[in-house]
Design a protein around this ligand. Structure first.
Ligand SMILES: Cc1ncc(COP(=O)(O)O)c(C=O)c1O
Length: 378
């Protein structure tokens, strides 16, 4: 049987393909998750869920207790007041993106995404018969606002922003976030703000959210990255209630509800009991990111921006070859896995993505091997 037309050309992501090449001893800098175990309070809450029988369907929208905490979290962060009715708990942030596009992206409608981006924004749009149109980034990975505005057509529905960013490690300034919000307001669009890395920042201030400035925003967030909980599959959207309502209906038909046990465990990632865990991880990542930047920056031919958040750095390695050639050679010769920048769009072809969310000793070893390889490149 032939897959339907919107599925044509859609393949397993380059990240998964590269990860499949990793051997047993490969140092994996290709991975998008923390190496840590779950925060103890999250683990205990999950165990409590099993012990107390929290193993049945929850409401399609998500458990009221968790939604209350999510609403309070975003209220505290953005200086506005949100209600639990504005929140929908989903199967990871990816489930949240699926929900938004399933309900709001009509065939042939367009989503504006950064020219270097997490590939899912484009793939899910295409699966729904929509189209992703890229807007330009400057050399420091900030948004070229004039270019962004010039891409808006009668078919544009959403502008996607992602700060802190996968794969660039950049954090958008408050000025940029407010400027994008102003464009969305003026042109009658909605912003999808992917804030999954928002707790993992190395800037002085926490990253800005467009929700601070406007209600024309659907924020996507979750516990996968902040709580080392990628396998629990808890994400959410928070947006105006009238925008949320049809997505609750969609959530019923897509997934019924997110895992009840995971929802229960997630309570402990938002009730303050894992704040110290997140702070420790954030400071460790800041140190690892700076170390990775210093090593890469010391290699002649490599151009690299200092990471400001998430756990990635995205050096320009074009002096040594294309992104795929370089990533494959690093894997073949020094057994370190990185991701070719092309996995994040055509503009990534001069880059590789390096994740520093690994044990510090292994990171040092991997970067040492890479430095040696680059300095003896022929
Ligand atoms: C920018 C971004 N958004 C969303 C996700 C998906 O998160 P989840 O695992 O919660 O679906 C990822 C995962 O790598 C990501 O990097």
């Amino acid at each position: 049987m032939k897959p339907k037309n919107t599925f044509t050309g859609i393949e397993i992501s380059e990240i998964r393909k590269m990860n499949a090449l990793a051997g047993r001893d490969t140092i994996n800098l290709g991975i998008g998750q923390l190496p840590d175990d779950l925060p103890l309070s999250v683990r205990d809450k999950g165990l409590e869920a099993f012990e107390t029988g929290m193993t049945r369907y929850t409401s399609n929208q998500g458990s009221p207790e968790l939604r209350k905490l999510i609403a309070a979290y975003h209220s505290g962060k953005n200086g506005r007041t949100y209600s639990p009715d504005q929140v929908i708990v989903t199967n990871g942030a990816e489930g949240a993106l699926w929900n938004i596009y399933a309900v709001y992206l009509d065939r042939d409608e367009e989503v504006l995404i950064p020219e270097i981006a997490f590939s899912v924004y484009q793939t899910i749009a295409e699966l729904h018969g929509g189209k992703a149109v890229t807007y330009k980034l400057k050399s420091d990975f900030s948004i070229d606002l004039d270019d962004l505005e010039s891409r808006i057509t009668g078919k544009t529905k959403f502008i996607v922003i992602n700060s802190p960013n996968n794969p660039t490690g950049a954090v958008l300034s408050a000025e940029q976030v407010s400027a994008v919000t102003e464009i969305a307001e003026r042109r009658g669009l909605y912003i999808i703000s992917d804030e999954i890395y928002s707790e993992l920042y190395f800037t002085e201030k926490s990253p800005s959210s467009p929700m601070e400035y406007s209600s024309r925003v659907i924020t996507v967030d979750g516990i996968s990255k902040r709580a080392a909980a990628t396998g629990l599959r808890i994400g959410w959207t928070i947006c105006p209630e009238e925008i949320a309502r049809p997505m609750i209906v969609a959530n019923q038909y897509i997934t019924t509800c997110a895992s009840s046990v995971s929802q229960y465990a997630a309570i402990a990632s938002l009730d303050g009991s894992s704040d110290r865990f997140v702070e420790r991880v954030r400071l460790e990542l800041a140190e690892k990111g700076l170390y990775a930047w210093e090593i890469l920056n010391s290699i002649r031919g490599i151009k690299v921006e200092k990471p400001q958040g998430a756990f990635y750095t995205f050096p320009d390695i074009s002096a040594f070859g294309t992104s795929r050639e370089v990533a494959l050679r690093i894997l073949d010769e020094v057994d370190v896995l990185t991701i070719p920048g092309l996995a994040f769009g055509e503009r990534g072809r001069n880059h590789i993505r390096i994740s520093f969310a690994v044990d510090f000793d292994r990171l040092k070893e991997a970067l040492g091997r890479m430095k040696h390889l680059f300095e003896n490149w022929h």
